[in-house]
Design a protein around this ligand. Structure first.
Ligand SMILES: Cc1cc2nc3c(=O)[nH]c(=O)nc-3n(C[C@H](O)[C@H](O)[C@H](O)COP(=O)(O)OP(=O)(O)OC[C@H]3O[C@@H](n4cnc5c(N)ncnc54)[C@H](O)[C@@H]3O)c2cc1C
Length: 436
């Protein structure tokens, strides 16, 4: 199919669904989002957006809006440490801004609830986008040559059927759309033996000379401490815990864990935890991101542990590419075969970059002897080697752009405005990690 799209339905008003709706509505494609919950989510999840995500957010006009929030900032240094705080090696993101290096879209920090708020406000201003909160998409898929349908239940129990040219599942890790397409248990991959506990914690790590983002290598007490407040000492402290603990057990152990892990070995009262949320973590990818008129993007399509900083970053990049494809179809510049390419390329990027790098980033924290890390861990050795070398450090950081793909390069006509290949020569970059 080529030519004007009448309507796209997106399932889920998380960050990926809202960003997709925004990109499509900006090109006057009518879009409806059905979101099961009555209001946007406030869970402590993403905080750091990698360079490829920042590139996508900028071209959608979102980065500019995010930066209006006083808590939005670009952090300076990330590093790896031993449990006693000893610095191992790290990377200075300011190397991208040194003289002669004008790259201003470094890894950007803003808590996900605030990004969702920005996206929600931008979508609300688009005439062609409607967000329906409190509308849950039920099991089942139905499509023919011209349309696809979803069955939706509103909070008062009313059940309705809605059609669209395409239906995109942006409905997160437990995606109903993915389960309806492939089966409830069909999400290939695995669940890690560790669970993680994400907290938002007030504590002044800078007082102890810690950098903006710190990863602590230790077999039992590995964790990340990353600044998430620009104007206040609010930090994301995420630590690994044994699987199987109940929430009560996790909370009961937290004070002892913090005393062991945090610099200065604080007691409760020396810090303030304002949010604690345990997560099971997975590496999983759907077998296809397209089945006819149904598409999948972001967490609905693939999952990785958050220590790669590639979760939503990968999802945002999916959405940017998928928006280009749907806009290309709408504008008659490509056929719907581009959607098969979307599925093929995004799965390949997951399997060759996102999955291996995020897995390595997680294992690095607990699956090695911290005393030997600087001798044996190739990544930490590479960082050490790059320290003080602006050129190598910049190349390494921009290497993360390798998860982008320019779908518009396969279009027949002109590329959509702001297409990737006009801005970034991705053939010139090699693939290296972004970490948050
Ligand atoms: C602790 C933690 C830290 C993280 N940190 C980072 C980070 O720093 N950087 C990063 O890039 N990533 C990070 N991630 C990953 C990131 O948070 C996720 O990748 C991202 O939230 C996924 O967005 P999404 O829009 O795909 O899905 P979601 O945010 O899960 O949104 C899905 C939406 O769909 C709705 N929905 C579900 N089912 C239905 C249905 N049947 N009908 C209608 N609506 C439905 C849900 O209510 C929800 O609103 C982190 C994750 C965790 C757990």
């Amino acid at each position: 199919m080529t030519g004007p799209l009448k309507k796209v339905i997106i399932v889920g008003a998380g960050p990926s669904g809202l960003l997709l709706a925004l990109r499509l509505a900006q090109q006057h494609i009518k879009v409806t989002i059905f979101e099961a919950t009555p209001a946007p989510s406030d869970q402590p999840r993403a905080t750091h957006y990698g360079i490829p995500a920042v590139w996508e957010l900028r071209r959608a006009g979102v980065l500019e809006e995010m930066r209006k929030d006083p808590e939005c900032f670009q952090f300076d240094v990330m590093c790896w440490r031993k449990l006693d705080g000893t610095y191992l090696s790290g990377m200075d993101t300011r190397d991208l801004n040194r003289p002669g290096k004008p790259y201003d879209d470094r890894i950007t920090v803003l808590t996900l609830n605030k990004v969702i708020k920005v996206l929600g406000e931008m979508v609300a201003k688009c005439e062609d986008a409607t967000v329906k909160y409190g509308y849950k998409v039920l099991a089942g898929v139905e499509q023919d040559e011209e349309k696809a349908w979803v069955t939706v239940q509103s909070q008062d129990g009313t059940v309705e059927k809605h059609w669209a040219d395409y239906i995109v599942g942006c409905d997160g890790a437990s995606s109903q759309i993915r389960r309806s397409l492939f089966g409830d248990m069909e999400f290939p991959g695995y669940t890690w033996d560790h669970q993680i506990v994400a907290t938002n914690t007030y504590y002044d790590f800078h007082k102890y000379g810690w950098e903006d983002s710190n990863f602590i290598v230790h077999p039992e007490h590995s964790f990340m401490a990353a600044r998430i407040g620009a104007t206040e000492p609010l930090w994301r402290v995420t630590y690994t815990e044994v699987n199987g603990l109940t929430n009560e057990e996790i909370l009961a152990r937290q004070a002892k864990k913090f005393e062991i892990m945090l610099p200065g070995h604080p007691k409760p009262g020396d810090y303030k935890v304002i949010l604690t949320s345990p997560y099971k973590i997975h590496q999983r990818c759907a077998t296809s991101f397209r089945v006819g008129r149904y598409l999948l993007a972001a967490d609905a399509a693939h999952l990785c542990n958050p220590f790669g900083g590639l979760g939503l970053t990968g999802g945002i990049v999916d959405v940017g590419g998928l928006a280009d494809c749907l806009i290309g179809i709408h504008q008659g510049k490509t056929s719907d075969k581009i959607l098969d390419e979307y599925s093929r390329v995004r799965i390949e990027k997951y399997k060759t970059i996102i999955d291996p790098i995020s897995s390595e980033n997680f294992r690095r924290l607990w699956d090695q002897d911290p005393e030997k890390a600087l001798e044996k861990d190739e990544f930490l050795k590479l960082l050490k080697n790059n320290e003080g070398n602006v050129e190598l450090s910049s190349q390494m950081q921009l290497g993360s752009l390798g998860i982008l793909h320019d779908f518009s390069a396969s279009f027949d006509g002109n590329k959509p405005a702001g297409s990737l290949s006009e801005k970034v020569d991705i053939s010139a970059v090699t693939v290296t990690p972004v970490v948050n």
